[in-house]
Design a protein around this ligand. Structure first.
Ligand code: HEC
Ligand code: HEC
Ligand code: HEC
Ligand code: HEC
Ligand code: HEC
Ligand code: HEC
Ligand code: HEC
Ligand code: HEC
Ligand code: HEC
Ligand code: HEC
Ligand code: HEC
Ligand code: HEC
Length: 375
């Protein structure tokens, strides 16, 4: 297995091997078929492909979209031009929102097209929820890694015929629908001590994060993990000068997206969580030729995931030794004194002040010391 260039990708959790294999394969495809892309971009005023390798790779896949022949500007504005950029009406610098951006060339009112979509109200849907407009190895530009029942075109395993132009599901809520086939997820969710509030409070939340059809991402996620979570949790990092490196890459390095036995759905108790990377395994993570498994297999970091990582040298029981040789980093609450953990002194996500992310959000450590040691 080659992990070339993998370092800059988001930290994936379990299953990163497959993800890396796909990234690797698509870069191979791109390398083998550059001719078509080059010929096309020659006559273009702006060479979009130069900076967007993954799109070139998608365009080189088996099933091609004729719209790509017309150039990227069939659907996108040139974001490098300030004026054009301001004219984008959709996300991703699309000239128009979806589905209108597709509607210019595809008559979504056509009966035949409706039949292809099994009578479901596709005409008002986000087309890229099922299709990859740039290219695909699947027939009809269906996005890669389609959800199994969708891949089988078993629309009726989830859908009834639509009513008033809206989809009707076979169950009264999305989670009931999903649990029908994913009983194991339901069981783990019920058994866990803590559940993501979103999942507890909204019976349709599965679809907030997962596309039930085909998103082109592993686990059918609607967006890459950090982007997905930040859509609702941007307050953790907004306006902060220093953001903890793993937070910029993947929230699931530390959290289970659904539930866990630890508060705030972390993979382990706080100090074990932090020391998973900043403890004895740090050296293996930085130098090791192998992927590193953390938290009993809940997370797999690719080999050499980080170029450098501070390693705390603590006493054998992990309770003393930072930030000074005999200083406690772990102690239970006692006699009016609060419990000591890494979070007594550090913020886990981001902070102002210094890269050490002190809870006081100042560069000077003395403000921190007097919190516990008086003046
Ligand atoms: C010099 C390199 C460069 C060129 C040339 C370039 N881009 Fe980009 N593009 C970027 C970077 C960097 C970003 C991310 C930052 C941003 O949004 O401006 C980006 C972002 C985008 C996005 C949004 C990505 C997202 O995740 O939402 C789209 C779409 C896009 N570019 C399309 C194009 C098109 C179409 C062209 C040609 C007209 C083009 N780019 C030319 C570098 C480039
Ligand atoms: C047929 C319309 C169409 C054409 C032509 C097209 N795109 Fe896109 N592009 C889209 C749509 C729709 C999305 C949003 C996909 C999504 O929601 O995931 C998108 C998303 C993107 C993104 C950001 C998300 C991603 O998949 O990485 C980039 C970058 C991008 N396009 C670049 C390009 C470039 C470069 C070209 C030309 C080589 C191009 N596109 C041609 C429709 C198009
Ligand atoms: C500039 C015109 C144009 C735009 C814009 C456009 N398409 Fe297409 N598309 C075509 C043409 C031409 C074909 C081939 C004839 C056909 O199947 O209608 C095609 C074919 C397709 C096919 C069938 C591919 C196959 O292998 O049979 C799909 C799916 C598709 N387009 C989806 C989309 C989606 C989704 C969008 C919006 C993101 C979009 N198109 C925007 C021109 C366009
Ligand atoms: C819920 C998933 C889904 C959505 C959303 C969706 N499609 Fe499709 N589309 C499909 C499937 C499934 C097929 C049929 C693929 C096959 O035959 O294997 C298809 C086929 C097509 C075809 C090829 C038709 C043919 O007979 O060759 C076009 C064109 C197309 N879609 C355009 C669009 C456009 C435009 C949108 C947005 C307005 C859209 N689709 C939204 C799932 C979807
Ligand atoms: C695993 C269950 C499942 C399967 C299989 C499935 N769908 Fe869906 N579909 C859903 C759910 C759940 C929603 C509602 C998603 C949401 O709330 O965004 C939905 C929504 C839709 C929508 C509306 C999308 C939008 O963005 O407004 C269309 C259209 C659709 N499905 C078409 C299809 C077609 C066509 C097929 C078969 C080719 C299919 N679905 C197969 C679960 C499924
Ligand atoms: C009709 C049965 C059925 C329904 C309903 C269903 N799924 Fe699936 N799902 C499957 C099958 C089969 C697989 C592939 C086997 C597997 O990995 O469990 C799968 C795979 C998945 C995977 C990838 C699992 C992995 O380990 O890679 C996710 C994520 C997923 N489904 C989420 C959902 C969500 C969210 C819903 C509700 C919107 C849902 N499923 C509804 C049958 C279903
Ligand atoms: C659609 C919005 C939404 C998305 C997307 C979302 N969350 Fe949440 N999350 C919430 C809400 C609402 C709460 C409860 C209130 C709060 O703490 O902000 C919450 C709470 C949390 C909590 C605190 C513990 C709890 O459940 O109360 C954690 C940790 C968390 N989310 C992590 C994540 C991670 C990781 C992701 C991405 C995999 C994510 N969230 C995506 C809405 C969202
Ligand atoms: C806050 C976003 C979020 C919500 C809400 C959510 N998921 Fe997930 N789900 C994820 C992420 C992220 C992963 C990938 C986990 C990883 O990388 O280890 C995942 C993984 C999965 C998997 C495959 C791995 C596994 O645990 O078996 C299934 C199946 C799944 N989710 C089903 C569901 C169902 C069913 C629901 C609704 C009850 C749901 N998810 C709600 C974010 C979410
Ligand atoms: C380095 C590990 C780590 C990473 C990566 C991480 N978190 Fe956390 N997160 C934590 C810890 C530890 C807590 C518990 C904080 C506490 O108890 O005060 C937490 C708490 C939370 C909470 C509860 C609110 C709060 O401030 O206590 C939310 C929401 C949350 N995280 C979301 C996210 C999101 C979204 C991401 C990705 C953008 C993310 N986390 C990445 C370790 C992490
Ligand atoms: C998934 C691995 C991972 C986990 C888990 C993790 N970190 Fe980090 N942390 C990093 C990386 C990578 C850096 C950036 C490299 C460095 O400076 O060590 C970093 C940087 C830091 C820094 C700044 C170091 C400096 O010198 O600038 C502090 C402080 C820190 N982490 C504290 C924590 C705390 C507290 C926790 C637990 C809530 C934690 N980390 C959990 C990977 C991790
Ligand atoms: C009593 C407060 C305190 C506790 C508890 C604490 N730290 Fe620190 N930590 C600091 C201070 C102060 C610094 C900055 C030292 C400096 O700038 O020289 C620091 C620096 C760091 C650094 C940067 C590298 C270094 O050695 O300077 C990392 C990584 C780190 N801490 C992780 C952790 C982890 C992981 C835990 C829990 C096991 C933890 N800290 C517990 C106060 C604390
Ligand atoms: C979260 C509370 C807390 C913070 C913040 C804290 N300490 Fe401590 N410190 C303790 C506790 C508890 C002990 C154990 C002895 C005791 O109970 O006083 C200790 C012991 C010490 C000792 C004696 C042990 C040794 O290492 O030789 C020194 C010196 C010390 N702290 C300095 C500092 C300095 C300097 C800072 C700021 C960088 C700091 N402490 C921040 C709680 C804290």
């Amino acid at each position: 297995m080659t992990w070339l260039g993998y370092r800059k990708l988001p930290v994936p959790a379990l299953g990163c091997t497959i993800l890396a294999a796909i990234c690797f394969l698509s870069s191979v495809c791109a390398a083998q078929q550059p001719a078509a892309a080059e010929a096309k971009t020659e006559q273009k005023p702006v060479d979009c492909i130069k900076c967007h390798g993954p799109i070139a790779a998608a365009a080189a896949r088996k099933v091609k979209h004729p719209a790509m022949e017309g150039g990227c500007d069939s659907c996108h504005v040139n974001h490098r031009d300030q004026k054009a950029r301001a004219e984008a009406k959709g996300d991703h610098y699309l000239t128009d929102k979806q589905p209108a951006v597709c509607g210019g060339c595809h008559d979504v009112a056509e009966k035949k097209l409706l039949d292809t979509h099994k009578g479901q109200p596709f005409a008002t849907a986000e087309c890229s929820g099922c299709h990859n407009p740039h290219g695909s190895d699947q027939p009809k530009l269906i996005a890669e890694m389609a959800h199994s029942p969708f891949d089988a075109r078993a629309c009726d395993s989830c859908h009834k015929p639509p009513k008033d132009g809206k989809v009707v599901l076979n169950e009264s809520s999305t989670s009931k629908l999903c649990f029908g086939c994913h009983a194991d997820v339901e069981e783990r969710l019920k058994k866990a001590k803590f559940q993501h509030t979103l999942l507890k409070s909204d019976d349709n939340s599965c679809a907030d994060c997962h596309d039930p059809h085909a998103s082109g991402r592993k686990f059918g996620l609607r967006k890459p993990v950090a982007e997905l979570c930040s859509a609702c949790h941007s307050d953790l990092t907004d306006g902060k000068k220093f953001v903890h490196k793993p937070v910029t890459e993947s929230c699931t390095a530390c959290h289970n997206a659904h539930a866990s036995d630890f508060e705030k759905n972390t993979h382990a108790a706080v100090n074990d969580l932090c020391l998973g990377c900043h403890g004895p395994s740090a050296l293996k993570i930085v130098q090791g030729p192998e992927p590193v498994s953390l938290f009993g297999g809940k997370v797999a970091l690719p080999a050499k995931a980080y170029e450098d990582l501070s390693w705390l040298q603590l006493s054998n029981d992990g309770k003393l030794g930072h930030p000074y040789p005999q200083h406690p980093v772990s102690a239970p609450a006692s006699e009016g004194k609060a419990e000591i953990t890494c979070l007594s002194c550090h913020k886990p996500h981001a902070a102002n002040g210094s890269a050490k992310m002190l809870v006081t959000e100042t560069a000077r450590a003395d403000k921190l010391c007097i919190r516990c040691h008086g003046k």
